[in-house]
Design a protein around this ligand. Structure first.
Ligand SMILES: *Cc1c(COP(=O)(O)O)cnc(C)c1O
Length: 382
């Protein structure tokens, strides 16, 4: 093997080239730090800094006020009995699946589910059956599909699925399915329901009790203005003993949390942003209004917004036959759109995509959205 030293030079000045751009990357919009979180990141950056006064487990730390966050503020915010922080939405899902099931059980999820829901279920050694969506152009997940798919699992395996999961919204089209109805259907079959709110918790009002779900999952770096990786997990009273079972050998530590989860700056950025995150969910109607305005502007330029219409979320998927057509002859080929946007300091549509792509308007000012619309107009009508 060659020497390590030749690689070290690369790590000496690491810069991020996208600073100062208008960012419309759906993955990143909701995870942009507040000023408070940016300060916390520096203050609490040392490893294990939050453990100065730990009484035995992360969720019990009183200074800084992690106990009040996890046991008081967070469950109220999520509308559920018990909450924890994890290292991400996927870790939250895995903790539920692993504690609630045994090898070979079945889980029913929506076809629009995120890959991490599949991987979490696979790690928990579950069989998976998906509720089909309606396909193009709406990609709707219909509540009745859950009844059909649960019936299918019963027919094929002889047993009900152990869990169901719904993605709210899904990470491609930004569709918000009728969760109340899905929960009612799952409960008719005694199947507890997980709400994957990676794109909703921290952006819009979401209340597990009101929606009727048994578990709720969120992502700090996706939607709660936190530096990741960090997630949240809410569990109803009925299942909290199971999911948060303590270790027989280390009595302060919860097994599914592997003792302690977000043990550093990640949780401090989540805490520091939390007041503003709570506040921003109260202005969700303005976000939806901006998204709809933006969608109508791009449709006016010949793009087609897929998914729910009128749209109810900032995450939107567009088909752009006009841009695809242009890419066939443009300099740079399929990278031309990325380059044109980059030249206008706009970042976030995946390089190489023209035919279809997703983007987010979350927290982007109307001025900046107008700049993005003008950019598309200039590119399409030079
Ligand atoms: C981003 C995303 C996730 C993954 O979140 P992590 O916190 O990174 O694990 C899960 N589900 C959906 C729908 C997502 O969009």
């Amino acid at each position: 093997m060659d020497n390590i030293d030749q690689y070290l030079q690369k790590f000496k000045s690491i810069k991020r080239s996208t600073c100062g751009t208008i960012n419309i990357d759906p993955l990143q919009r909701g995870g942009i730090l507040t000023d408070e979180a940016r300060a916390a990141l520096v203050e609490w950056g040392d490893g294990y800094s939050i453990c100065d006064f730990c009484p035995g487990a992360l969720d019990q730390i009183k200074t800084p006020p992690i106990h009040d966050f996890i046991h008081k503020a967070l469950p109220r915010f999520l509308g559920i009995d018990e909450a924890r922080v994890t290292n991400g939405a996927r870790e939250s899902k895995f903790a539920i699946m692993h504690s609630m099931t045994k090898d070979g059980d079945w889980i029913v999820l929506d076809q629009s589910a995120h890959y991490s829901s599949y991987v979490a279920a696979q790690r928990a050694r579950l069989n998976i059956k998906a509720v089909p969506n309606s396909g193009s152009p709406d990609y709707r997940t219909e509540a009745d599909g859950y009844a059909d798919t649960i019936e299918e699992v019963i027919r094929e395996s002889g047993n009900s699925p152990t869990l169901a999961l719904v993605t709210y919204p899904d990470g491609n089209y930004g569709n918000l399915p009728d969760v109340k109805k899905i929960a009612a259907i799952c409960h008719q079959y005694d199947v507890p329901l997980i709400l994957n709110g990676a794109y909703s918790v921290g952006r819009m009002p979401v209340n597990a009790k009101e929606l009727g779900v048994d578990f709720i999952v969120g992502s700090g770096h996706k939607s709660m203005a936190a530096s990741g990786p960090i997630g949240v997990l809410g569990v109803s009273e009925e299942y909290s003993g199971k999911v948060f079972e303590k270790s027989p050998t280390n009595k302060a530590k919860e097994i599914e949390m592997l003792g302690c989860t977000a043990r550093g700056a990640t949780i401090m950025t989540m805490l520091a942003s939390f007041p503003k995150v709570v506040e921003r969910t109260r202005h969700w109607d303005e976000e939806v209004e901006n998204a709809r305005w933006f969608s109508s502007q791009l449709e006016g330029l010949g793009l087609v917004q897929m998914g729910d219409k009128p749209h109810n979320h900032d995450l939107m998927f567009f088909e752009a036959p006009v841009l695809y057509e242009m890419s066939q002859t443009a300099k740079g080929g399929r990278y031309f759109l990325y380059k044109e946007l980059k030249a206008r300091r706009i970042h976030g549509i995946k390089a190489g995509l023209t035919k279809f792509f997703k983007l987010s308007t979350f927290g982007v000012s109307r001025d900046d959205l107008e700049t993005v619309v003008s950019a598309f107009d200039e590119i399409i009508n030079p």
